[in-house]
Design a protein around this ligand. Structure first.
Ligand SMILES: [Zn+2]
Length: 566
C-alpha cells in the first residue's frame, strides 16, 4: 500500500506501517486528506504491484547510507527511527521495484505471492508516536485475507458489527452516555440502569442457588494494603490514588481481591466453615489511556461480578467443577451456546513448587474432563501465582469475547497469611479461587446489546411493554392496564401523547421495546388489550388477565438452560 501511495501521490511521506489483527495500516504525512475515491485508485495500484511480480529483497545498509537515502527524501520519520536503532543492530531495508522501506522483516520473497483478497477500510488521524505534540498523520487501514470468500465474510461481519454498535444502540435506546468530565465512566440513563440491575438480579439469584454469600468491601483503601497485595509495586500506573490531610495515601481499588481477603481474615475460620464462597459486585477503577477507551467495552470504572472461594485442597476439584458448570449454564441463559474454554498453565517465572502446580492444573483439567468439555491449553500462559481457565463466548455474528475467568491463586493467601484450623487443630493455608462470570457488567451489557442487535429477550428488556391509548377517551383504561401490568412485576411505560398510533408503533420499535399494547374504545369496553410484538405485522387481542398470565411467564429469567447439556 505504501508503494502504491507513493507512486500515486509522490509528495507523501511514509512514517510507520505494521501488520495488525486482520490486516495492516500505514501512517502517512500528506497535506491533502485521503478520500474514499483515493482508496479505489490506491487499491487498483496495489493490484498492479502484485501483478508486476517484483522480487522483495532484503538489504543490510550502513547507517550513513540509510541516513543519506531517507534524508534525500526529506523523511524525518524514517530518520528518527534510524536514530533510535542501536549501534550494534543491523539496519535492514526491503526493496521491491523502485520502492524501498526500512524494515526488520521478514517479508514474502515476491510481490506476486501477496493475496489480492484485500480492501482498504478507512482513514483516521493519528499523531506521530501517539504524542499529541507531534504532527498529525493520516492512518489508512486495510484488511487482507488468503481468499476472496474470507474477505467477503469479514466485510459482511464489519458491516453487521457497525449496525450493532452498542454505542449507537445506547443512543437509540436511551440507555447511557459519556461526558468529558469523566472519561471512561458511564452515565446510566433510567433504562440502561434497569438493564444493568436486571443482570445483577439474575446473577444474585444464581449465586444464591449455588450457595454463595454476597459481601461488599470498601472502594478506597490504604496504600499499605496494596503494598501487601503487590499491586502498589506492579500495578501502580493503573491505580487512582488520593491523599488526606494527614498525608495518608489511599487508592481506589483496581481489584476486589485484597478486600475479600481482609473479610475472610476477620475472625478465625475452621475447616467446618469451608468452602466459603464470597461474591461481590465490586466496582473497580483502573486507569486506561484515553485512546484505549471504547464505549462500554473498555472503561476506567466498571463493576465485576467477582467472587472469591476459599476451600481446602480436597474441595478444590468440586469447587472448580461447580464454577465451570455455573459459567456455562449462565451463558446459555443469555443465548450464548458456543463457548470455548482455554486452560493457561504454569509460566517460566512462577512461585510454588511443581507438585502444587501439578495438583492445581489437574484440578482444572480434571473438572473439565468430568464435565465432558473440550478445551485448549495455553502452555505457559498462566499467571505467576496460579493456572487459570478463560471462557470465550461467540456472539451472533461470529465474534469472540473473553468474559469469564476462573483463577487459582497461591500468592495472596501467602502474602496475607490467610489460614484455617484443620480437624487436628493445626493452622492450614486454604486454596483461594477468583472467579468472574460476566467479567465486567458494563462490558457484558455492551456484548449483549451487540449480540441481540438491541432486541433483548423479553425477560431482559428494560421496558418490556408500551401501552398506548388509541384515543384520549380511554386514557383511564390505559392507566389501569399499566398499573395491573406493573403490579404483576412487568416493566411498563405509558404513552398518552397526542400522536397517531402508527407513529407510536414506529417510534417504540426503534427503541426496541418488545411489546406494543394498543387500547381503544372496544378494548376498554371488553377489558381487552391488542398486542403487537416487535417485528411482527400481526396483532393478538386477548383479555387483560390472559395477557398478564402470558407475560408473567415470559418475563421469568431462564433457569440454567445449559445444565441440561452437562
Ligand atoms: Zn480476585
Amino acid at each position: 500500500m505504501a508503494q502504491a501511495v507513493l507512486e500515486l501521490f509522490p509528495d507523501t511521506k511514509t512514517a510507520i506501517g505494521p501488520a495488525i489483527e486482520h490486516g495492516f495500516y500505514y501512517d502517512f504525512e500528506r497535506h491533502q486528506p485521503f478520500t474514499p475515491d483515493d482508496f479505489s485508485l490506491i487499491e487498483a495500484r496495489m493490484m498492479e504491484v502484485i501483478r508486476r511480480a517484483d522480487a522483495i529483497v532484503r538489504e543490510e545498509w550502513p547507517r550513513k547510507m540509510a541516513q543519506t537515502y531517507f534524508g534525500e527524501q526529506d523523511n524525518r520519520y524514517k530518520l528518527e527511527i534510524i536514530s533510535q536503532i542501536s549501534a550494534n543492530e543491523t539496519i535492514t531495508v526491503y526493496r521491491q521495484g523502485s520502492f524501498v522501506d526500512l524494515c526488520r522483516g521478514p517479508h514474502a520473497s515476491n510481490t506476486s505471492e501477496l493475496s489480492p483478497a484485500f480492501k482498504l477500510l478507512k482513514v483516521a488521524g493519528a499523531y506521530w508516536r501517539g504524542d499529541h505534540t507531534q504532527p498529525m498523520l493520516q492512518r489508512i487501514y486495510g484488511t487482507a485475507w488468503l481468499t476472496q470468500s474470507e474477505l467477503t465474510s469479514y466485510l459482511q461481519q464489519l458491516d453487521e458489527a457497525e449496525k450493532r454498535d452498542h454505542r449507537r444502540l445506547g443512543r437509540e435506546m436511551d440507555l447511557f452516555h459519556f461526558e468529558e468530565e469523566a472519561p471512561g465512566a458511564v452515565f446510566w440513563h433510567p433504562n440502561g440502569w434497569r438493564l444493568f440491575q436486571q443482570l445483577i438480579a439474575y446473577m444474585r439469584d444464581q449465586q444464591e442457588k449455588s450457595c454463595y454469600v454476597e459481601v461488599n468491601t470498601p472502594d478506597v483503601m490504604d496504600k499499605g494494603l496494596w503494598e501487601i497485595s503487590g499491586h502498589w509495586q506492579n500495578y501502580r500506573e493503573h491505580m487512582f490514588t488520593t491523599q488526606t490531610e494527614d498525608e495518608r495515601v489511599f487508592a481506589l481499588k483496581p481489584m476486589n481481591c485484597p478486600g475479600g481477603v481482609l473479610l475472610y481474615k476477620h475472625g478465625l475460620k475452621s475447616y467446618r466453615d469451608l468452602p466459603i464462597r464470597m461474591a461481590e459486585f465490586g466496582k473497580v477503577h483502573r486507569y486506561e489511556s484515553s485512546g484505549a477507551l471504547h464505549g462500554l467495552m473498555r472503561v476506567r470504572h466498571f463493576t465485576q461480578d467477582d467472587a472469591h472461594i476459599f476451600c481446602t485442597s480436597d474441595q478444590l476439584h468440586a469447587e472448580c467443577q461447580s464454577v465451570i458448570a455455573l459459567v456455562l449454564s449462565i451463558y446459555a441463559d443469555f443465548g450464548f451456546n458456543d463457548v470455548t474454554i482455554k486452560l493457561s498453565t504454569r509460566p517460566q517465572n512462577r512461585i510454588g513448587d511443581d507438585a502444587i502446580w501439578d495438583q492445581l492444573e489437574e484440578a482444572l483439567s480434571q473438572s473439565l474432563n468430568t464435565l465432558g468439555l473440550a478445551y485448549t491449553i495455553n502452555v505457559g500462559e498462566g499467571a505467576f501465582y496460579g493456572p487459570k481457565l478463560e471462557f470465550v463466548l461467540r456472539d451472533a455474528i461470529g465474534r469472540d469475547w473473553q468474559c469469564g475467568t476462573l483463577q487459582v491463586d497461591l500468592n495472596l493467601p501467602e502474602r496475607f497469611d490467610v489460614h484455617y484450623i484443620n480437624e487436628a487443630g493445626d493452622r492450614c493455608r486454604p486454596v483461594m479461587l477468583h472467579r468472574a462470570l460476566f467479567g465486567s457488567l458494563e462490558r457484558f451489557t455492551g456484548i449483549l446489546l451487540e449480540h441481540y442487535a438491541g432486541r433483548l429477550p423479553f425477560w431482559l428488556a428494560p421496558v418490556q411493554v408500551v401501552v398506548a391509548p388509541i384515543t384520549n377517551e380511554v386514557d383511564d383504561y390505559a392507566l389501569r392496564v399499566v398499573s395491573q401490568l406493573k403490579y404483576a412485576g412487568l416493566r411498563v411505560a405509558l404513552d398518552t401523547r397526542n400522536e397517531k398510533i402508527g407513529y407510536k408503533v414506529r417510534e417504540h420499535s426503534a427503541t426496541k421495546v418488545p411489546l406494543f399494547m394498543a387500547v381503544g374504545k372496544r378494548e376498554a369496553a371488553e377489558d381487552k388489550v391488542s398486542m403487537r410484538w416487535l417485528g411482527s405485522a400481526t396483532q393478538d387481542v386477548m383479555t387483560l388477565s390472559q395477557a398478564i398470565e402470558l407475560l408473567s411467564v415470559q418475563s421469568k429469567a431462564p433457569q440454567n438452560q445449559g445444565k441440561q447439556n452437562l
